[in-house]
Design a protein around this ligand. Structure first.
Ligand code: MN
Ligand code: MN
Length: 470
């Protein structure tokens, strides 16, 4: 007999010693992945390595698909989907875990390089919902690509390796901070002030005329940086117009607390769902339905564009799957396969923070350590923008998790009318499939350094695995 009263349990209390070890080992591998692959492009690379090691092949390489085949497909180096063909016919639908691999960060402006007061800067435009004041006075790294006019791609990855320099955005000293400290926090640091210090040594005159150097102010620091970029990477200032260089915190993942139960890192949102989904897929054997993991870009800015969830990448790929599966391709089969699918939308929820109890409803918020969170609806101001899962689908997922011993909890994002948020769930729900948001809770979401509970990370992995398999 089940208890009449519902109460979420602490995942740490539910485990045997063996599982304890598994939780810590799993999180060690997750932490390393976070440190090795810090942007969506890098995540895609890391994902391909994991997938190929387990026998996954590019979808292009197949001439037909049969049960057990493992495939993956990359979209513009920034989004990836992978799947394993299941027992049942494709038209009966897929089991999908969808998440996103972009994280809040700072991007460069189109012509970023300039000099001010003999310091060289990159001007920037932030990406996603950040609290700007959190990104100053911390070590920053630069990751991404510069594509030259002839199409050659130069990769830049500097700030995270031992011995690398870092980059820096300055803040005002408290001694002169009187006016700044009286401002609203949202105005203490402005978007334009998020300019990155990238150099300080002026170029010398080639004829060695030091007096000339001293007199000529000009743009000598900028010019020295241009020389460096050209020598080191073979790029010019115009090449920066076609770059995707991202500024991310130069901070490695670290255990938190004497007991090491929490994990701090940059970009848990949403590499935590993406990584656990990927690992779950890799451990799925003989799924009933075709299992698919969908790792998209651009969620943090509304899932827009050709690499976001609003693009046709997913449905075009299902059309390819149908084409490789059935003797006679038909649009109806594609639509059936999509409409009959079920999906967990992997995204983080906000963990209750005793520092700010006023924004949470204590009975309807997730807690660190109480397992993976199912979030029936997201949205803001009266559920606006939410795709809300049906009661039937939530019951189905409860049953699945309870039977498999997954530690789970539920909750919504903060108090009513306190704010809100969305995920990729709505765009998948638009296909008329069942979708439920499901992922761990995170502390300090969207900060440069976020915190999750290791037992929640592990239960997220278990939840996705049991969902993809059944
Ligand atoms: Mn997210
Ligand atoms: Mn987010």
């Amino acid at each position: 007999m089940k208890e009449k009263e519902y109460k979420a349990i602490n995942g740490w209390l539910e485990m045997e010693d063996v599982e304890y070890e598994e939780v810590f080992n799993f999180n060690k591998e997750y932490a390393k992945f976070l440190d090795d692959y810090r942007t969506e492009r890098e995540f895609v690379k890391g994902a391909i390595e994991l997938l190929e090691a387990e026998g996954y092949k590019k979808l292009d390489e197949f001439t037909a698909l049969k049960k057990g085949d493992k495939f993956y497909k990359v979209n513009r180096e920034k989004a990836i989907l992978a799947g394993i063909v299941g027992e049942k016919p494709l038209e009966e639908g897929l089991r999908i875990v969808g998440s996103h691999i972009d994280s809040p960060r700072i991007d460069l402006k189109p012509t970023p390089l300039y000099e001010d007061s003999e310091l060289a800067y990159f001007s920037t435009h932030y990406y996603g919902g950040i609290k700007k004041y959190q990104w100053v006075a911390i070590p920053l790294a630069l990751h991404g690509v510069v594509v030259k006019e002839d199409g050659t791609k130069v990769e830049i990855n500097i700030g995270d390796k031992e011995g690398d320099p870092v980059f820096y955005i300055s803040d005002l000293l408290p001694h002169l901070g009187k006016d700044q400290m009286a401002k609203k926090m949202s105005e203490g640091i402005t978007g334009e002030q998020l300019r990155l210090i990238i150099g300080s040594i002026p170029a010398r005159n080639e004829d060695g005329d030091k007096d000339g150097d001293k007199k000529g102010a000009g743009n000598k620091v900028k010019s020295a940086i241009l020389d460096y970029l050209h020598e080191e990477y073979g790029i010019t200032e115009e090449d920066l117009i076609s770059c995707e260089l991202q500024i991310v915190p130069a901070l490695k993942s670290r255990d938190v607390g004497f007991d090491r139960g929490l994990l701090a890192a940059y970009g848990h949102d949403d590499r935590v769902c993406s990584y656990t989904a990927l690992r779950a897929l890799l451990d799925v054997e003989n799924p009933a339905y075709t299992a698919m993991v969908l790792l998209m870009d651009k969620e943090e800015i509304g899932s827009m564009g050709n690499t976001g969830m609003q693009s046709h990448f997913f449905e075009n790929t299902v059309a390819e799957l149908v084409n490789l599966t059935y003797e006679n391709y038909s649009d109806l089969l594609v639509r059936k396969a999509i409409e009959n699918s079920k999906c967990l939308s992997g995204d983080v929820n906000a963990a209750f923070d005793p520092n700010f109890p006023e924004v949470y409803d204590k009975n309807n918020t997730p807690y660190l350590g109480k397992g993976v969170v199912i979030t029936k609806y997201t949205g803001a101001r009266g559920k606006g923008g939410s795709s809300e899962a049906s009661a039937e689908f939530v019951a189905e997922i409860r049953r699945l998790f309870n039977n498999a011993g997954v530690v789970w909890q539920t909750g919504e994002l903060g108090k009513v009318d306190q704010g809100g948020g969305g995920t990729i769930a709505q765009f998948l729900a638009n296909y008329n499939m069942d979708v439920l948001d499901c992922g761990p809770a995170v502390l300090s979401m969207h900060a440069p350094y976020e915190v999750v509970s290791k037992v929640d990370v592990y239960n997220t992995y278990l939840a996705y695995q049991v969902f993809l398999e059944k």
